[in-house]
Design a binder for this molecule. Structure first.
Ligand code: 1GP
Length: 239
């Protein structure tokens, strides 16, 4: 088993909760990168995710090189499409959008990514990605042209997540969408985590430290924070 994934599994076994800070290269202030990495170093982050539904900048490589030079935690790509693959990262969440029925996000992007991926040493982590309805349309929904799953139907979401595990995915990611009005319901996290034996990632719309703790207590193994840290780099210093 590869190192980054092995460590995520070990953390689950030890009940050590993990935290990823999501950096969208289009929103990062490149002049403020030193402050950003200083704040990340003093935060509880265990992983960095880099990506977004649409990334227009051509500076992903630069950003990741800077992060690699200044941080020791793993940098994982979280790509909206194959153009966001950088060979400088440590690994990639190889996402299948299992909540939707758009073949582009189920297999087409993956085939197109292979020529890049086969020449890298990126750790490839197959990840079942489930978009859950969160009160208004999100970028993932718009870009993927798929419907999110019903936030009131935890049993169907759990069924979908378990299908993702049976298909061989190594992680399941419950996504409310970046900046979502409503985060993933806690009882849904609970039901899905009970159904899975692989680690569960939860993200989207979590804006408080209490929200992070509640997601952990409900069964999330790794929580993703994007917007809250993007808007306030002292987010983790608040109490
Ligand atoms: C989005 O789950 C992540 O893919 C993070 O969402 O920006 O709302 O924290 P936020």
């Amino acid at each position: 088993m590869k190192k980054i994934y092995q460590e995520i599994v070990q953390a689950k076994i030890d009940n050590r909760k993990l935290l990823a800070i999501l950096l969208d290269p289009d929103k990062v202030d490149f002049d403020g990168l030193l402050l950003l990495t200083d704040k990340i170093k003093t935060s509880p982050a265990t992983h960095i995710f880099v990506g977004g539904s649409i990334v227009e900048t051509n500076k992903i490589d630069l950003l990741i090189q800077f992060l690699k030079d200044n941080l020791t935690i793993p940098i994982l790509l979280f790509p909206g499409n194959p153009s966001q693959i950088s060979t400088y990262a440590d690994g990639i969440l190889f996402l299948s959008l299992l909540s939707g029925r758009n073949p582009v996000f189920l297999i087409d992007h993956h085939v197109k990514a292979v020529p890049k991926l086969k020449n890298t040493s990126l750790e490839i982590i197959p990840t079942g990605y489930l978009l859950i309805e969160s009160g208004s349309q999100t970028a993932v929904e718009r870009v993927s042209q798929t419907e999110p799953l019903d936030r009131n139907n935890s049993s169907y979401v759990c069924q979908t997540a378990m299908a993702g595990q049976f298909l061989g995915n190594k992680l399941i990611y419950l996504e409310a969408g970046s900046g979502a009005k409503l985060a993933i319901p806690l009882e849904m996290i609970h039901e899905v985590s009970k159904g899975l034996s692989i680690p569960l990632i939860v993200g989207g719309g979590i804006r408080t430290l209490k929200g992070i703790k509640q997601a952990y207590d409900a069964g999330a193994d790794l929580v993703v924070i994007g917007t809250a840290f993007e808007n306030d780099v002292t987010f983790f210093e608040n109490d």
